[in-house]
Design a protein around this ligand. Sequence first.
Ligand SMILES: Nc1ncnc2c1ncn2[C@@H]1O[C@H](COP(=O)(O)OP(=O)(O)O)[C@@H](O)[C@H]1O
Ligand SMILES: Cc1ncc(COP(=O)(O)O)c(N)n1
Length: 273
Amino acid sequence: MRPMETPKRVPTALTIAGSDSGGGAGIQADLNTFSYHRVHGTTALTAVTAQNTRGVTRVDVLPAASVAAQVDAVIDDLGVGAVKTGMLVNAEIISVVAWRLKALKPGPLVVDPVMVSRAGARLIDDSAVGALKEHLLPLADVVTPNRHEAQLLSGMDLQTLEDMKEAARRIHQLGPRAVLVKGGGMSGELRGLDVWFDGERMETLFLRSVKTHNTHGTGCTLSAAIAAWMALGQAPFEATRRAKTFVTSALEHPLPLGQGHGPFSHFSPLEPS
Ligand SMILES: Nc1ncnc2c1ncn2[C@@H]1O[C@H](COP(=O)(O)OP(=O)(O)O)[C@@H](O)[C@H]1O
Ligand SMILES: Cc1ncc(COP(=O)(O)O)c(N)n1
């Protein structure tokens, strides 16, 4: 269904993530992406970061009970077609989110296992990686690690396409229905190439490598677009393929803002197809 048509049910997605004061990543990127796809965006905020294109200067974490209450409030009343998670900060928040999603069973779940910002700041603590593996990955329909996150989750170094495929196989063993190992952090011809594995199908997703420094928020945008397309009724692989097209064209519209890895426009790409 094209988002311009009048839907019978309003497509709605939920993002459980942190705020980026600079507006390029986190909740802000997710809401921009949902809006672009004409999906009503709802939020459960986990943390407030003081952040710009140069880095993160402060993180204030919300109590896990507050995150749970936001998730409950949204799912109880609004109905949610798909959920994505981003910066979940610590093991307590991860456990509570997994517990609420298990109990309430909203739509499909996209887990972006956010660990480190583009500028190198830690966005989750040490205990969180184990909790992600144990509690959240088994619930995920699609998990979208970048190079660094895939290395941590698979326990291997990623240099080649074969490494990316092997990491996808290993992460799949942790329980998600599908894995997308993202190649934004790879070098040479692998930059911008992603590997999909769902237990049967191994695919590479690649359109073109975009020459840009404005890569702040690419991962958030991709996972939000996958959730948006799933809220619109697409199956996981097709949702991911369309999301990849969206993020590639969005990257071709950098916003000349900030002195570090700047943001890009979520609204310049052509109509979603
Ligand atoms: N320079 C680029 N050209 C094309 N695609 C890119 C580029 N950089 C990142 N991407 C794509 O953006 C998406 C997010 O990936 P990545 O940047 O690896 O995630 P993260 O923001 O979590 O580190 C992936 O589909 C990746 O291939
Ligand atoms: C609040 C928040 N969440 C996530 C990211 C990761 O951003 P990216 O998508 O560039 O990996 C970030 N920098 N800040």
